[in-house]
Structure formats: structure tokens, C-alpha cells
Design a protein around this ligand. Sequence first.
Ligand SMILES: Nc1nc2c(ncn2[C@@H]2O[C@H](COP(=O)(O)OP(=O)(O)OP(=O)(O)O)[C@@H](O)[C@H]2O)c(=O)[nH]1
Ligand SMILES: [Mg+2]
Length: 185
Amino acid sequence: MGLFKKLATALGLSKYEARIVVVGLDNSGKTTLINNIKPKKASTFEVTPTVGFQVESFAKDNLNFTIFDMSGQSRYRELWGHYYREVQAIIFVLDCTERVRMCVAKEELDELLTHPDVSNSCTPILIFANKMDLPGALSAVDCMEQLDLQRISNKPWQIEASNALTGEGIDRGLEWLAEKLRGRK
Ligand SMILES: Nc1nc2c(ncn2[C@@H]2O[C@H](COP(=O)(O)OP(=O)(O)OP(=O)(O)O)[C@@H](O)[C@H]2O)c(=O)[nH]1
Ligand SMILES: [Mg+2]
């Protein structure tokens, strides 16, 4: 069974529209990661910074997925909160080479975790420690410590190292997500 079919099966309905929001600082690799997941990723298009947000709807394994690709630029980050209520899962993408901005990423994650639509929900949060291929990238364990992820005790979370250009690590993360959603049924 394909990964998306598994995710949808986990969500319980065959004609389900699975909704996922993808957030994280600008340049962390959100759009690249989504392009990697999308069908027809072979098409060569240049990734440019997202303005506001973009909605990606596509069918995979005969199921409909809607992914909200949010801009990470500071002036658009306030938009993220409008989608938490709408989705079954949140993906937070980190650039694990950006040691200096790790504290900004932590602040944004704090905002996310204290948002009323997140703090009282058990929406699973999948964090990608992205750009693992670049020299000087922090490991997933280092990122976990820097973001103090272990304090998250009331909802499932997971961190996976990823390379959004090649897709390495992405399937592992999505497998985890499918598992958690299955557990919520
Ligand atoms: N080496 C490497 N480069 C990556 C990876 N993921 C993304 N990039 C590059 O990082 C840059 C930013 O990627 P985007 O996908 O546009 O980042 P974003 O998070 O969508 O950025 P905003 O839309 O501005 O919030 C692009 O040049 C990508 O090619 C990765 O895993 N490894
Ligand atoms: Mg983008």
C-alpha cells in the first residue's frame, strides 16, 4: 500500500480529504519538501520564496490531499494560526544548518504550541530537521535539544532528519504520521 493510501486509511475514510499545514522559518525548505511529496515531482521548476501561502491539492493513491504551504517570512507568520484548526497534522520544517536562527525557530514553535487550537488538541506534530545533507547541519537530536521538544507532553511529536531535495527521511516522517493518525481513530 502506498504511503498516502496508508495515511488516508489511517484517517479512516476512503473519500477523505486529508489536510496538513506545513510551517517553519523562511528558506527552511517547506515548498521543496512538498514538491518532493507531490506527484509529478520530475517537472523541473524553480522553487521561489512563498508569498503568503499556497494551497497544494493533489490526488495520490486515489485520495485527495490538501497541503497548506505557509510562507516562513516574518510578515506572514501570523497566518499560520488560521490553519491549525483546519488540519489533522502539522509539519514544522527546520533548516538544521541555521544555528543562529534556531532560537527564532524555537520562538515560533512556542507560539504554535501555545496557540489555542493547538495547545488543547492532540494534533500530531512532525518536525523535519531539513538540509541534513549540508556541512555543519545539526543532528535531529541536537535540534530536539535546542527546541526543547521533550517538553511537549500532551500530543504526539517526532523529529526526523531530512533532505527535501532527494526526499531522504521524508517517507520515514510520513510513516510516523500515518501511525499516529491511525492511533487517533
Ligand atoms: N541542500 C539542501 N537545500 C535545500 C533543502 N531543502 C530546501 N533546500 C533549498 O533551500 C532553499 C529554500 O527552499 P524553499 O523550499 O523555498 O523554502 P521555504 O521554507 O518554502 O521558504 P519560504 O517559502 O520563504 O518560507 C531552496 O534553494 C531549496 O533548493 C535540503 O534538504 N538540502
Ligand atoms: Mg515556500
